[in-house]
Ligand binder design. Structure first.
Ligand code: 6PG
Length: 251
């Protein structure tokens, strides 16, 4: 199931996305006694994380039963301004009663390959399954948040990278030429095992790429966001009007 929701502006996208996440948390906590969430980096989600840390959202969620992971990380120290962990820490973690043990950050300051392997083991401890050819599948995340770059990348699945078509490993380290740095990212194996995946996309600068990703020919190696197709789960696109401006609309 794929659903597109368009909000009139960035402000209503922020509160709509905070509602969406809080609803998913309440639903998962009710059904399974825990909520497993993977967060995206970049600029778009930051005000959403900050909104989640305010009433009524923060009070709707039993943070003691929330497990937070990251969709990707830049290979920098956790106190580096480019760190996704640091961004979420200041916007959310420092503001809500989430136990430190429930925060599963990617260790961007360590050797990328070793940090990727360590993160795959951490996923295995939380979700079971086996990151091996023919291995038993992991229990999927309740919700994975993603963004989309104006080159069509998502998480750290950048155009042309091998990780886009990965079918076995759960986490990979890749040197990203356009970013000039190593990145560590969940692979499509984990992303497409999720119960829900939600893209947050805002701004006119994303409109042309969004049209190509949603309505253009299927070419995920060029447009990596197209590889996101949850096997049994739901795919949601939460957009603001400027980002959705070039999409075909039902009258
Ligand atoms: C990252 C993200 C990345 C992001 C897109 C969109 O680490 O940068 O995980 O995939 O979601 O680049 O970023 P913006 O929201 O800043 O446009």
């Amino acid at each position: 199931m794929s659903k597109i929701t368009v909000y009139p502006d960035n402000e209503s996208l922020i509160s709509g996305a905070a509602d969406f996440i809080a609803d998913a948390a309440v639903q998962a906590l009710g059904a399974r006694g825990r909520f497993t969430l993977a967060l995206s980096g970049g600029h778009t989600p930051r005000p959403v994380y900050a909104r989640l840390a305010t009433a009524p959202y923060r009070d709707r969620i039993d943070w003691s039963k929330v497990e937070v992971f990251f969709g990707d990380e830049r290979c920098v120290r956790p106190d580096d301004p480019q760190s996704n962990y640091l961004m979420v820490k200041t916007a959310l973690f420092d503001e809500v009663p989430l136990p430190e043990a429930n925060i599963h950050r990617i260790r961007g300051e360590e050797d990328p390959e070793q940090a990727a392997a360590a993160y795959a083991q951490e996923l295995q401890r939380t979700f079971g399954g086996e990151a091996a050819a023919g291995g038993s599948p992991m229990e999927g995340f309740d919700l994975i948040l993603l963004g989309m770059g104006d080159n069509g990348h998502t998480a750290s699945l950048f155009p042309g990278l091998a990780v886009i078509t990965e079918t076995v490993r759960w986490v990979m380290a890749q040197y990203v030429e356009v970013a000039g740095m190593w990145r560590i990212t969940l692979t499509p194996v984990v992303i497409n095992a999720a119960r829900q995946v939600a893209f947050l996309v805002s701004g006119a600068n994303k409109a042309e790429m969004l049209r190509r990703v949603l309505e253009g020919p299927y070419q995920p190696v060029v447009l990596p966001s197209q590889i996101v197709k949850p096997t049994h789960g739901e795919l949601h696109w939460l957009l603001d009007e400027p980002a959705a401006a070039k999409l075909r609309r039902e009258s």
